[in-house]
Design a protein around this ligand. Structure first.
Ligand code: ZN
Length: 422
């Protein structure tokens, strides 16, 4: 998991602009002037640049906008984060901006959290208070600007403030359930889950390709292959660049009555990038099959933290004595599907040295829906990246997984209780 990236713009600006803390932001003009983009009158507002100023006691984050918008900001604990919610914005920021922090800001990311809603998530270096969050009108040569002032505080005050804050109701994406529930015509439902999305980019390749886009494209290809068989109803937890919390993905899958849940991801590592490559298929287990699987599950499970979801507001996992029994059956089905996937992918895609692994992925935790998570490959490996972003590879790998789905349901229909329905 890598953060969306950081720019030299941040450092270039040095302390200059905390000096101009007045709302007019006079000190900011020295910032980067870029050619203004033509804006169709009814398009979304565009964020064209962002910069940080200040130090460890007081830090200002500024976004240049094509026009003013309403903002609301609040904080989240453990880890310390500041969330800024905005109407939908088109972000056209310099690449890798936000990766390097300054003062109270360790890093920040931005993106869509729901249709009509964008979000900026700031990782704070410690407990902070949002002193001001406002938007300035454009003046003379300065564009409209979103200004966020953070000041350092202690943990006690931070936690007290958290309790007092009137939290905006919009804390997470809630996709309409109708989208995830095609009409039930008796055919089993396969739920395809493209990882990450919106504010959460997932892994980022050294050349800038983002996991969230790679896996969404693959999910669409897989959907097409499965629909072409005519044997399944197919739904997706997301079909565009929107963030969906992990628990929501599980909930959507169960609510839609899915018979199979296939989560699509791509991995990144920091060491041995030239050697480590290939696809891996994961199932759920309490204890990870190896240290690498544990690392990956930790990283994938951080998606909600990345996107600024308030974890304390997430519903508890379902607890029921029957779930244990169901879960055992679900586990067996998941394992058998994972085997089929590896079997089919062997012929068409490069596999990891140990292609079958397990770990505690939150997104695989539906007690009654067989679930696997497929890491297509490593965006940090040049050859893998070339493959997983190519049409030819995507087509034949989606075909292989569709074949594994066929095998799964054929076997299940032949031998298992409650064939094909959940
Ligand atoms: Zn991922």
């Amino acid at each position: 998991m890598t953060l969306r990236a950081a720019g030299s713009a941040l450092t270039a600006l040095a302390g200059a602009f905390l000096l101009g803390l007045s709302p007019a932001g006079a000190g900011e003009r020295a910032a980067i002037m870029r050619p203004s983009m033509p804006v169709p009158p009814d398009a979304y507002p565009i964020a064209t640049d962002a910069r940080l100023g200040g130090d460890a006691s007081r830090t200002r984050l500024v976004f240049d906008l094509s026009r003013t918008v309403e903002v609301s900001a609040f904080t989240l604990a453990d880890p310390y984060r500041v969330i800024v919610d905005l109407p939908q914005i088109t972000f056209q920021l310099p690449s890798r901006i936000g990766e390097r922090g300054r003062g109270l800001v360790k890093a920040f990311r931005y993106g869509l959290v729901m249709q009509g809603g964008s979000r900026i998530v700031i990782d704070a270096s410690g407990p902070v208070r949002v002193e001001k969050a406002f938007v300035l009108d454009a003046v003379d040569n300065d564009p409209a600007r979103l200004v966020l002032d953070l000041v350092s505080t202690d943990r006690d005050s931070f936690m007290r403030n958290l309790a007092l804050e009137s939290r905006p109701s919009r804390t997470a994406a809630r996709p309409s359930e109708r989208d995830a529930r095609p009409p039930n015509d008796g055919r089993p439902l396969v739920m395809i889950d493209a990882g990450h999305g919106g504010v959460d980019s997932g892994a980022i390749a050294p050349t800038g390709e983002m996991e969230k886009n790679i896996v969404l494209e693959f999910a669409h290809a897989l959907r097409e292959k499965l629909e072409k068989t005519g044997k399944y109803r197919v739904a997706m937890t997301r079909s565009d660049d929107t963030f969906i919390p992990l628990g929501e993905r599980v909930r959507l899958s169960r609510a839609a009555g899915a018979s199979l849940f296939v989560s699509i991801h791509a991995d990144a590592i920091t060491h041995n990038t030239a050697e480590v490559r290939g696809a891996t298929v994961f199932t759920l287990s309490e204890t990870a099959s190896d240290a690498e699987a544990a690392r990956l599950a930790d990283s994938e499970n951080r998606a909600d933290v990345i996107a600024g979801v308030d974890l304390s507001a997430e519903p508890e996992e379902v607890a029921d004595i029957l779930i244990d029994l169901t879960q055992r059956e679900t586990k067996n089905f998941s394992a058998s599907f994972a085997h089929s996937v590896v079997g089919e992918m062997k012929a068409t895609a490069r596999l990891n040295k140990n292609p079958l692994k397990s770990a505690g992925f939150r997104v695989l935790k539906a007690p009654d829906v067989p679930s696997v998570l497929i890491e297509l490959g490593y965006v940090t490996n040049k050859e893998d990246l070339k493959l997983i972003t190519s049409d030819a590879w995507r087509t034949r790998t989606a075909e292989a997984i569709a074949q594994a789905v066929n095998t799964f349901f054929t076997t299940r229909l032949a031998g298992a209780p409650n064939p094909g329905s959940n």
